[in-house]
Ligand binder design. Structure first.
Ligand code: 5AD
Ligand code: SF4
Length: 454
């Protein structure tokens, strides 16, 4: 195989915003080498799967895709299939892939994305299988070239890894311990993307409110000790030209009054907090090792709602955690009714090897999980749209993000993360405009453009 025969690539991303951002780095590295992106896995010379392993169905998705590529691999033996991301931090999965899928030529993990350029060269020039996965991160990742999916928005990593060890979660095992970037490197990366035209960023971390970085060598901060997440956010909010700041994900146990104050005081910080509760039962929250109970969580919700006008609050729920009784489950349903979320993401508990919950004896039978999941969806559905009426008739800032494939209308987002559909010119994509919300459709609004210039 020679470099001349390799021209195109396709990156397939599974999972969360962190993976989406990592994929932009992988694309940046490949573009720097002169390869160009194509839409289709079958025709691409290089296909990289950036995997997720947070739930079993994420793993299944990967195997489905690799299976489907078999034919195009047999037709083009120069094709390079690579796999990276969280799933590759699991030894059993790597062994399985090596044994069953000889067409996979490159495997690397979450801690060595910065080596991707060298690893892909090695595959191209030696035509040998290259497998390089580290158990732990050696140091904080270098700044890498990126190719952004959107011109006007992107994610910015502020910390990597997680120390919380929620008992169901595999993330601490595959992403390692918490490492926070220095403020100066975060701020200079944001200034660079803003200079390139980005107006919205999302600060990314498994648990952003436990950010604890240093100011950094060149950054003028009041002192040079550890910087907290609210302090970082406050600094980021000062960046000229940055119109919107989002962040994900917040852990309820670390959501401080300072954070609420900083959001309140800076209008460019979006009025949206994703605050995964996971369960409404104190017993289950304890068994999950979440470090809060129902009443502490509800207090945080009240504080947010009382202090931040028009805030959107969203959450994640797991149903069927080991030991979950009917009563525990009903506590979750009642919490959903009580909080009246703006969106709820629901998951059936998935047993992840290596986690504490996987060892628990009282696993809930699959049929019970499925039955509860259905009831959960019904409650979520019944609750959706409860908060939206108050917005109808108002004119609000909307970042135009794209076109809706079905209706051909433009789609945009309010600061609180609700979607709005409206008629308008594609030229507006990437701009913040005034839109009057004319109708609520539960998950989204219909609207009319009021002013194209802000
Ligand atoms: N099973 C089901 N859902 C899970 N999540 C994380 N681990 C698991 C698991 N083992 C969910 C949590 C988390 C979201 C990203 O994924 O709700 O907030
Ligand atoms: Fe997983 Fe809990 Fe860490 Fe979130 S906070 S990544 S759920 S261990």
């Amino acid at each position: 195989m020679s470099i001349k025969e390799i021209k195109t690539y396709k990156i397939v991303t599974f999972g969360c915003q962190m993976n989406a951002r990592d994929s932009e780095k992988l694309a940046g590295i490949l573009e720097d080498k002169g390869f160009s992106e194509v839409a289709d896995e079958d025709t691409a010379d290089i296909v990289i799967f950036n995997t997720c392993t947070v739930r079993e169905n994420a793993n299944q998705k990967l195997y489905g895709h690799i299976g489907q590529l078999k034919k195009s691999y047999l037709e083009n033996k120069n094709k390079i299939i690579g796999i990276c991301g969280c799933m590759m931090q699991e030894k059993d999965e790597v062994e399985k892939i090596v044994e069953k899928y000889p067409q996979v030529k490159l495997i690397f993990g979450t801690h060595n994305i910065d080596e991707f350029g060298d690893l892909i060269d090695e595959v191209i020039y030696t035509n040998k299988k290259v497998i390089k996965v580290y158990d732990e991160a050696e140091n904080i990742e270098k700044t890498l070239p990126t190719k952004r999916v959107f011109d006007f928005k992107c994610g910015i990593n502020i910390m990597f890894g997680c120390n919380n060890f929620c008992t169901y979660c595999i993330v601490p095992y595959v992403r390692g311990r918490e490492r926070s970037r220095d403020v100066d490197s975060i701020v200079s990366e944001i200034k660079k993307v803003v200079a390139e035209g980005v107006i919205e960023i999302m600060l990314l971390g498994q648990n952003v409110n436990s950010y604890s970085g240093k100011a950094g060598d060149s950054y003028k901060f009041n002192d040079n000790n550890k910087v907290t997440f609210p302090e970082l956010l406050n600094e980021v909010a000062k960046i000229d030209g940055l119109k919107r700041i989002r962040f994900m994900t917040s852990h309820p146990k670390d959501l401080s009054d300072e954070l609420i104050e900083v959001i309140k005081k800076n209008s460019n910080i979006c009025r949206h907090i994703h605050l995964p509760v996971q369960s409404g039962s104190d017993e289950i929250l304890k068994a999950m090792n979440r470090h809060y109970d129902r009443s502490a969580y509800l207090k945080v919700i009240d504080k947010i709602r009382n202090n931040i006008e028009d805030v959107g609050i969203t959450t994640d729920i797991i149903v069927g955690f080991p030991g979950e009784t009917e009563k525990d489950f009903e506590d979750t349903l009642s919490l959903i009714n009580q909080v009246s979320y703006d969106a709820v993401f629901t998951f059936e508990y998935s047993k992840r090897t290596g986690t504490k919950a996987a060892e628990m004896e009282n696993q809930v039978p699959e049929n019970v999980v499925k039955e509860r999941f259905k009831r959960l969806l019904k409650v979520v559905e019944d609750n959706s749209g409860r908060n939206v009426e108050k917005y109808v008739g108002r004119t609000m800032d909307v970042l135009v993000e794209g076109e809706d494939k079905v209706s051909g209308k433009l789609t945009g987002r309010l600061s609180n993360n609700y979607l709005v559909h409206f008629n308008g010119d594609k030229e507006l994509i990437g701009r913040i405009i005034d839109v009057k919300l004319t109708k609520s459709c539960k998950f989204y609004f219909e609207g009319e453009i009021v002013s194209k210039w802000k």
